[in-house]
Design a protein around this ligand. Structure first.
Ligand code: GLU
Length: 332
């Protein structure tokens, strides 16, 4: 760790959600994040993003750590080893999200909303974003305070908090892989949800608060999150925080170009391991997908370190072809 601090302040993170098992797709993204930090002697932390209760699977958090370690990934700080920014598990960090929400409220940037998901769906006129619904701002200037909003709801429902998105502003940023990106957030997602209830926090707020609190300077993640980044940048600004460099990398997709799903075969790392595939074979495949290895090469992450270069990372999504399935003994 001393060495890492000496060599500069690069801090990256792995942020698994325990909503399912680690599979070839998210393993590839984590591998790229790991290589990016380790190739420059940065510090890597692991944060467990377990806020999405209904989707969390029992045992998935521990299993994800075990799968990552089996592949050869390591981290300097995390829920299993602690560190200067503990706790590293989001459900134990609620106080940070509540404080950030208070700041946004005090600045007039958050307002209570009583719209249900169905209300929002019915209000759709334009096609909505890939990762959420467009909100037309029905509750924007509707309630004097949270209590006033609460009074119009039945006792079993609580108002949510939404972020007041600046109207008409184009948010621009330079992605470390995708280049210049821009989005008019008020036209794409509108005022997005910060928290579903007064003590809760949604992904968008939590990820910003945590990355900033943990001193993260580089975020490498799947490009499915590219459309969410302008929203996160608005939150960084609203909270006077410094954003990290964002690097969005292509996902692994099925032959039809779809996001990996169960029907495409069992690509879980644990299933490959059970089928007798070695971690060197898996790393070899992930590296081949990136354009950094020949087909069939067996590699450790250490072997791969000198080959890491974002400039040569293949731009096309990695594909789960029959050739890949046969090599990895993936059952349909
Ligand atoms: N925990 C999120 C996921 O697994 C990643 C969030 C992020 O990288 O910002 O999809």
């Amino acid at each position: 760790m001393t060495q890492n601090f000496k060599s500069g302040r690069l801090r990256g993170r792995l942020a698994p959600s325990p909503t399912g098992a680690l599979h070839l797709g998210n393993a590839r993204t984590f591998m790229i994040a790991w290589l990016s930090v380790r190739s420059r002697s940065g510090t890597l932390l692991l944060r467990m993003e377990d806020l999405d209760h209904p989707k969390n699977k029992p045992g998935a958090a521990d299993a994800a750590l075990a799968d990552l370690r089996w592949l050869g990934l390591d981290w300097d700080e995390g829920p299993d080893i602690g560190g200067p920014y503990a706790p590293y598990t989001q459900t134990q960090r609620r106080i940070h999200y509540v404080r950030a929400l208070e700041t946004l409220r005090a600045r007039g940037l958050a307002y209570p909303c009583v719209c249900s998901r169905r209300d929002v769906e019915c209000g759709q006129s334009a096609p909505h974003t890939e990762d959420g619904l467009f909100y037309a701002g029905l509750c924007r200037d509707r309630f004097a305070d949270y209590e006033a909003a609460r009074r119009v709801l039945p006792p079993d429902r609580l108002p949510a908090w939404r972020f007041r998105v600046p109207q008409g502003e184009i948010v621009r940023f330079e992605d470390g892989f995708c280049g210049l990106c821009e989005q008019e957030v008020s036209a794409v997602s509108g005022d997005f949800v910060l928290a579903r209830d007064p003590d809760g926090a949604g992904y968008m707020l939590a990820v910003v608060v945590d990355d900033a609190a943990m001193g993260v300077t580089e975020v490498v993640r799947g490009d499915d999150l590219l459309p969410a980044t302008p929203r996160q940048l608005l939150l960084y600004r609203a909270l006077d925080l410094t954003p990290p460099v964002f690097i969005h990398v292509p996902l692994v997709v099925s032959e039809e170009g779809r996001r990996l799903a169960k029907r495409h075969g069992d690509t879980r790392i644990s299933a490959l391991r059970a089928a007798g595939i070695t971690s060197e074979q898996v790393i070899g495949l992930l590296a081949w997908w990136c354009g950094w290895a020949a087909w069939g090469e067996r590699l450790t992450l250490r072997d791969l370190l000198p080959r890491f270069d974002l400039a040569t990372l293949r731009r096309e999504p990695a594909m789960l072809t029959p050739q890949v399935k046969a090599a990895m003994k993936i059952q349909a």
